[in-house]
Design a protein around this ligand. Structure first.
Ligand code: AMP
Length: 397
């Protein structure tokens, strides 16, 4: 079956068409600045990637253009829309309602809408994408795959905050976690590559991208993760602060006479390694260059970032009473040997011995520790689109 995977943001839409039998991506692309001065990038497998400016007043028009590109007699990869057997939608927040992917129905849409409060920037955009697809492909089954679902197995002691319980009762304030599709895919893939049973392993996944989170996966189930009610908590990220003393918000607000909204924008957009480096960059390629030429800001950002990753690994080793495998994934986890080196520098107590040659490789599932290393460290490139396509086929195939 050919599955269209859609990841809809407020003004953007990423898509991939995946053949579920071969698990190959047939075409992918991105619509940007929907409702503004739009552009569309389209890349058929093995063909040329083309980007063109194109007006798209709304998401329905963006999806219409995507379907047109996929069926275009020149550059398309299917003859007609009938060849697309199902659509898999990434949905950011499923709250406590969705511990698994679901076939989208009117009831499901209403339940997702009830989670909008928890992800006001993301969920409404996801719903717009689903409705636009429904309009253009009314007879094609659709599945919602939630970023939060994999983490719903966390025990109460891991997901509760030390706040008055009434806030949980009234507003469902608790840890939810994000990047669940990636944590699930990477941990299962690590077990597969090692030829070990997923149900018998203690795995820590470090998803280090622009957004970053760590999860503890014990016997195939998530038992803790570093992002919380929102994706602001946890690790230091590109521009997000991660964990801070909550009193800092009031402190800066008083000192600078700024509103809470203002400070939240600083914590989301001007903090993380960007802020720590003195505005050098949020991109680890720049930070690695800076670190290597002795730039003090880059070194400060890099060392603080890696220290925090190592601290979470320690915490989750304690949470699982041990760890068998530590996985690095996403843009930084897959591509930055320096970050892996600095993080693993803290893991002598786990008997981690890095194989420096393996650590320099890119783009493959690989063990980067020596055969004698007591704990295995791996790089597993994440593939959230493939995971969404698999879930879609599992439910409607
Ligand atoms: P993601 O959110 O998973 O797409 O990750 C994006 C981030 O990965 C970028 O902002 C960079 O910080 C990082 N990244 C991508 N390529 C490299 C690379 N070759 N070396 C170091 N960092 C990289």
């Amino acid at each position: 079956m050919k599955v269209l995977v859609i990841n809809c943001g407020s003004s953007s839409l990423k898509f991939q068409l995946i053949d579920s039998e071969s698990e190959q991506c047939l075409a992918k692309g991105l619509c940007e600045r929907i409702g503004l001065d739009g552009s569309m990038t389209y890349a058929p497998e093995g063909g040329e990637k083309v980007k063109k400016a194109i007006d798209m007043p709304d998401h329905t028009e963006a999806i219409r253009l995507v379907l047109e590109a996929l069926t275009n007699p020149g550059t398309g990869v299917v003859k007609s829309l009938d060849e697309i057997g199902a659509v898999g939608h990434r949905v950011v927040h499923g709250g406590e309602k969705f511990a698994k992917s679901v076939v989208i129905s009117e009831e499901v849409l209403a339940a997702v809408e009830e989670c909008n409060d928890l992800a006001p920037l993301h969920n409404p955009a996801n719903l717009i994408g689903i409705n636009a697809c429904k309009e253009l492909m009314p007879d094609t089954p659709m599945v919602g795959v939630f970023d939060t679902a994999f983490h719903q197995t966390m025990p109460e002691e891991a997901y509760m905050y030390g706040l008055p319980y009434e806030y949980y009762q009234k507003y469902r304030i608790r840890r939810y976690g994000f990047h669940g599709t990636s944590h699930s895919y990477v941990s299962a893939r690590a077990a597969e590559v090692l030829g070990r049973s997923y149900e018998e392993l203690k795995i820590i996944v470090c998803h280090l991208g622009n957004g970053a989170s760590v999860s503890a996966v014990k016997n195939g189930k998530c038992v803790d993760t570093s992002m919380g009610l929102t994706p602001l908590e946890g690790l230091i990220m590109g521009t997000r602060s991660g964990d801070i003393d909550p009193a800092i918000i009031e402190f800066i607000a008083h000192k600078e006479g700024r509103s809470i909204d203002d400070i939240m924008a600083v914590l989301n957009k001007k903090s993380g390694v960007l802020g720590l480096s003195g505005n050098l960059s949020s991109d680890f390629r720049d930070l690695e260059d800076g670190y290597n030429r002795g730039d003090a800001g880059a070194a400060r950002a890099m060392k603080t970032y890696c220290y925090h990753v190592a601290k979470y690994i320690g915490a989750y080793t304690a949470a699982m009473n041990g760890v068998d495998v530590i996985c690095f994934t996403a843009g930084i986890g897959e591509n930055a040997p320096l970050v892996r080196n600095l993080v693993c520098g803290y893991l002598g107590y786990l008997g981690v011995e890095l194989d420096q040659d393996a650590n320099r490789k890119r783009g493959e599932d690989i063990v980067i520790t020596t055969p004698g290393s007591r704990t295995a460290v791996m790089v597993i490139p994440t593939n959230e689109e493939l995971a969404i396509a698999r879930e879609t086929v599992r439910l409607v195939g």
